[in-house]
Design a protein around this ligand. Sequence first.
Ligand SMILES: [Zn+2]
Length: 275
Amino acid sequence: MKNSLKLGSPFGIGVYVHWTFALLPLWVIMVTTSHGFGLPAALGAIVFVCAVFGCVVLHELGHSLSARRYGIPTRSITLLPIGGVAQLERMPTNPKQGLVIAVAGPLVNVAIAGFLSVFAYAFGLFGTITGLGVTATFATVSGLVLNLIAANIILVLFNMVPAFPMDGGRVFRALLAMKKGFLPATEIAAKLGKILAAAIGIYAVFWIQQPFLAVLAVFVWFAGQAELRHARYIHRQSQPIVDVDMDGDGNGFAKVEVLPPDHPVSRRFVVKWPR
Ligand SMILES: [Zn+2]
């Protein structure tokens, strides 16, 4: 992604941070100080936000490494203030593969929450809870650990909202595609995604005044539309090509037409499937 800074390349996958990410610590300082907290609390909150985005990178690596198992490389992972984006080389049209890749991300957060819970239980941190959210105190290890557990649980629940192309929407599309096929499932998932994106956007603006959530809703709306267009393109590409020798010279390349599989000509002539 353009205007991004490279952080590293775990498993050979470039992890970048977009310049707009700098808005996040500024916003955290604004929120903490407006709630009457001092600079130490604000810095603690920034450490917490960075730790959450560390978990987001691991989440995206979950998607990327499971995609790699199916021979799909990842171009990059980019961190934005609204979350992480793993850019896969291509999207699998196989619903089972789509399901595994979609679930792998949130499963990483389930594992992190589980691991931190065991850690917190072993060291007796659960009794020391002081509060949750950006305005809570993160100056202590227990504050950080307990809030990270909460953040990972929230990441799982939020990502599983069926607003395509968020993970829950991808799971919904994959399950639907097993019955209806790739394109019709994507059409329905994208429609539901738009409705949910609009609902999330209205909630973010008018109820909780959360700018990053509002931006995320806009992102979900347009990313869903872009993926739907891509799915339509893939669908057209996978239609049979009918190769008819019209001019009689025997080379068969006089006319090449793309016809739907149920077209009568598809049955009368030689049908070539690309790939
Ligand atoms: Zn994800």
